[in-house]
Design a protein around this ligand. Structure first.
Ligand SMILES: C[S@@+](CC[C@H](N)C(=O)[O-])C[C@H]1O[C@@H](n2cnc3c(N)ncnc32)[C@H](O)[C@@H]1O
Length: 262
């Protein structure tokens, strides 16, 4: 495993805020029910971007977040205050959560397990802090499912590099593996929650720009890969940003929003 692929710079922290806003309705809110009084822990909460959305969409939910990186939590404090959302934040490793058994009704993990060496170990630890009927929501993508039409050799090379880069630093196919990991960690009543997105027409420009931002954030790590050609990866990014101006263009990928009971 190499270093965290996205890094902790301010532009990346701001990208996480935009990313959570991007997915506010289609992934965070859609299919989520959280009653007031629910105690929810986000593991790998980063800059508090998802916690802010959850707090705004589900008033009365008691929010907690942990992240291994103090810089993320420092940013999160300001972000949550600006968003008008209260949350208790702790610096902690997902493998050793500083909470007693059965402390939460819900654990949330988003764009997180893909960065870990041992995702089932983090899921077992999450299960430990869940109450007996507690539930988990985990959201991950599989980069190998990313397709663009019309594609170009440079864009294909960029997607291949992202798959290779994620595999080198964690998991490129975390979404596809998620249901199996939940099962391995002892969760039951698993809903795989596979969601295939295919963006066209008026949705395409925003989604292509979002995907380009995600890939660009990993570019410094991708250019370190053996055989990586920086100019080709940059050209792929340009092709992705121009995709919506092509006739009959489309872009898609598969995300899993998996839920399960302790
Ligand atoms: C891509 S960010 C996602 C943040 C947030 N879930 C979101 O969607 O905005 C992944 C986060 O996981 C954190 N992280 C990585 N390994 C961790 C670990 N072992 N324990 C806790 N947090 C970890 C990183 O510091 C980073 O903030």
């Amino acid at each position: 495993m190499t270093d965290y692929v996205h890094g902790y710079g301010t532009p990346e922290q701001e990208r996480l805020v935009e990313q959570a806003e991007h997915w506010r309705h289609r992934l965070i809110r859609d299919g989520t029910r959280l009653d007031p009084g629910t105690r929810l822990l986000e593991v790998g909460c980063g800059v508090g971007a998802v916690l802010a959305v959850l707090g705004q969409e589900y008033p009365g939910v008691e929010l907690f977040g942990v992240d291994i990186e103090q810089k993320q939590l420092d940013f999160a404090r300001g972000h949550l205050e600006r968003a008008g959302v209260e949350a208790t934040l702790r610096q902690a490793d997902a493998l050793a959560l500083p909470f007693a058994d059965g402390s939460f009704d819900n654990v949330w993990m988003m764009w997180f397990l893909e960065h870990l060496a041992d995702p089932p170990a983090a899921l077992r630890e999450a299960r430990r802090v869940l109450a007996p009927e507690g539930r988990i929501t985990a959201i991950e993508v599989d980069y190998s499912t990313c397709r663009a039409e019309p594609s170009t050799p440079a864009l294909e090379a960029l997607i291949r590099a992202m798959v290779q880069g994620m595999a080198a630093s964690g998991w490129s196919d975390a979404g596809t593996r998620l249901p199996h990991w939940l099962h391995e960690a002892g969760f039951r009543a698993i809903d795989e929650g596979e969601r295939t997105f295919w963006w066209q027409h008026q949705d395409l420009a925003g989604q292509a720009s979002y995907a380009a931002d995600v890939l660009e954030s990993a570019l410094p790590a991708l250019t370190q890969l053996p055989g990586a050609a920086q100019e080709e990866l940059q050209a792929g990014l340009q092709d992705l940003r121009n995709l919506a101006s092509q006739p009959n263009a489309g872009l898609g990928w598969v995300v899993h929003k998996s839920t399960a009971t302790r």
